[in-house]
Design a protein around this ligand. Structure first.
Ligand SMILES: *Cc1c(COP(=O)(O)O)cnc(C)c1O
Length: 372
């Protein structure tokens, strides 16, 4: 059975982990510093990189660092993973959902505009599947309305925008290194920030609010959590990061194969390509009703042919928590349509061309049963 995602891990990660385990220093230390500096080199921008224990922690720390809290609103796309909106709730602020573009699944400037209020303090573009959101237009709106821009770049380590790496510029950019992402530290994440003030805040937020003076005297000046990334994870991240560009190139080859070879059928909608796309996921939309079937039957038939699929994502505003906060069906039609029609196909660097073609053949056989 082909999974929809699979981490790429080799003997070098195991070797580096063993070295850290034997070193006597397994928590945050020299490997963390090396990983942060390698990430900063990779991004090649002016940002300071602070690694944390997850992408979710990165979003929480970034939002908390801005001072956003109760009474404030943050605009979040409804088509994302729950963590994007949950992180806003963590600060006491209110996530205000926006619809997304049906094809790219990304937040649009028009969507942000429609969600603006007097209380809006920030906007959170999510670079869906690794395709950069329209940052130029979102930055322009942010400047005009004095909003912070907290990018959920969980899918987008290795992605580019207008020729520059995502995370090389911006306001606050949050990465995840969870197992399904373009590189993994098992669990882990990072915030890239572009002001000393944000960096100081996040430094304290990630470790008990502790600061040290020049003599090493410890003080606690504010609340901080426990979000530091251990050296065991950082050592894995160093090995992974060195392979990121090659892996993104392989993801692109596979995406091009799918785009060229998947059947042309009015009920099947392929994702748009874009320069800088890192193809963390390959998500299609299927009009199951037009095929006279439903998604669970279709997925079962794919599984019979050895193909497992994912569902990214149910629209966040319709989860129980967010319905309780006012979300209702019809609020965000594109996100809702994607939520019911989406399938995530196998996509990971070690997927072979032959395996990708077996996915294509499975779609061929299921769709050819129904006249176009
Ligand atoms: C994975 C993911 C997160 C959370 O990252 P973790 O490292 O799992 O905490 C946040 N947002 C999106 C869009 C994600 O895919």
């Amino acid at each position: 059975m082909l999974p929809f995602t699979r981490p790429t891990l080799g003997p070098l990660e195991a070797e580096r982990v063993s070295e850290v385990l034997a070193s006597g220093w397994i928590a945050s230390g020299p490997k963390l510093a090396a990983f942060e500096s390698a990430l900063a080199d990779y991004l090649n921008g002016d940002g300071k990189v602070l690694a944390v224990s997850s992408g979710t922690a990165a979003l929480e720390a970034a939002l908390l660092a801005t001072g956003i809290g109760p009474g404030d609103e943050v605009i979040v796309p409804s088509m994302t993973f729950a963590a994007s909106a949950n992180a806003v709730l963590r600060t006491g602020a209110t996530p205000v959902f926006s619809d997304v573009d049906l094809a790219t699944r990304n937040l649009t400037a028009a969507g942000v505009q429609a969600a603006l209020s007097d209380r809006t303090r920030a906007v959170m573009p999510v670079h869906f599947a690794g395709l950069a959101a329209d940052l130029e237009d979102i930055w322009a709106l942010a400047r005009q309305h004095r909003l912070r821009v907290v990018e959920d770049a969980a899918h987008a380590i290795g992605s580019g925008y207008q020729g520059y790496p995502i995370g090389s510029c911006g306001d606050l950019v949050c990465f995840s290194f969870q197992a399904n992402k373009n590189i993994t530290t098992i669990e882990g994440g990072a915030v890239v920030c572009f002001s000393d003030q944000d960096a100081e805040q996040i430094e304290k937020l990630r470790f008990h609010g502790i600061s040290k003076d020049a003599e090493g005297n410890v003080d606690v000046s504010m609340w901080g959590g426990k979000m530091n990334l251990p050296d065991v994870s950082a050592a894995i991240g160093l090995v992974q990061l060195a392979q990121l560009d090659a892996w993104v190139a392989r993801r692109r080859e596979l995406a091009e194969l799918y785009l060229a070879e998947m059947p042309v059928h009015p009920a099947l909608h392929l994702p748009p390509d874009g320069t800088g796309h890192s193809w963390n996921m390959f998500n299609v939309r299927v009009d199951f009703a037009a095929l006279g079937t439903d998604r669970s039957a279709f997925r079962a038939q794919l599984r019979e042919q050895g193909v497992d699929t994912g569902l990214h994502y149910p629209p966040v505003h319709l989860f129980e928590l967010y319905r309780g906060l006012g979300g209702k069906p019809g609020d965000h039609p594109n996100a809702e349509q994607i939520g019911t029609q989406t399938l995530t196909l196998p996509m990971y660097p070690t997927l072979s061309d032959a395996e990708a073609r077996s996915v294509v053949h499975a779609f061929d056989s299921l769709l050819s049963a129904v006249a176009a």
